[in-house]
Design a protein around this ligand. Structure first.
Ligand code: ATP
Length: 221
């Protein structure tokens, strides 16, 4: 379904969001107060305009309230990011995603009405930290403070050619296997209990962080 998005701030983050939305055939209004940035997106976004988003009259004239989702991707100018989020909320924008620079910024964005607050640098740091300290973990996404989704590769002989049931996976690791990636293209979604695990299979598991770390350790022995 085609939806309308407005992205305020065309830095690396806002710019990447814009490109992905356009790839998914969505309608995107791209706004930045820097003319060079806007010129870069002129032929990418559906519309691109040079405007200072801190000016309420400008936001109104751009019809911001008519967009289904507004993404506030202003980074360094924390005051501008908060003010723009607040104004978008007051105008009645149905969904607002805002990018936070730090925890305090995130709390304020949440208070002034952002529906989703993202911390790309922090989240990437956490994901990379997990990858760097583990041998088998290919990716790690925090779902909440204690729960995560992780991709771990099976490189322990003890697990090869056994079924999920034989390994007694759920009981032993307290984790759920949501899918198994095998080779380049095969994906087994919601594998049944009699599913065989093979060498170099990648398990996509959901569960508590400590349990994910325990599995990672066991898979490497
Ligand atoms: P990124 O990490 O996404 O590259 P950043 O965190 O370094 O970005 P900035 O470069 O400070 O963030 O801001 C992102 C964009 O937001 C910039 O292109 C900047 O010109 C734009 N911007 C900042 N303030 C405003 C404003 N008041 N109105 C419109 N655009 C703005």
């Amino acid at each position: 379904m085609r939806k309308s998005f407005a992205i305020i701030g065309l830095g690396r983050f806002g710019g990447s969001v814009c490109q992905e939305l356009i790839k998914s055939d969505q309608e995107v209004l791209a706004i930045d107060n820097c003319e060079d940035r806007v010129n870069e997106y002129m032929n990418i976004a559906t519309h691109a305009v040079v405007a200072n988003a801190q000016d309420e009259a400008t936001l109104r004239s751009l019809g911001l309230r008519n967009f289904a989702h507004v993404i506030v991707a202003i980074g360094e100018d924390i005051q501008a990011s908060i003010l723009v989020t607040l104004m978008a909320k007051e105008m009645g924008v149905p969904k607002i995603t805002a990018k936070a620079q730090n925890e305090y910024h995130a709390r304020v964005l949440d208070k002034v009405g952002a529906d989703i607050v993202v911390h790309p640098e922090r989240d990437m740091g956490i994901r990379l930290g997990h990858k760097l300290t583990s041998n088998n973990m290919l990716d790690f996404i925090e779902l909440s403070e204690n729960y995560s989704l992780a991709e771990v590769m099976v490189t322990n002989k003890k697990f090869y050619n056994k079924t999920i049931e034989e390994i007694n996976f759920r009981k032993h690791f307290n984790l759920t296997i949501v899918a198994i990636r095998r080779g380049k293209s095969e994906l087994i979604v919601s594998p049944p209990a009699n599913q065989l695990i093979l060498e170099n299979d990648v398990l996509l598991v959901v569960g508590q962080n400590d349990d994910v770390d325990y599995l990672d350790e066991k898979l490497n022995k």
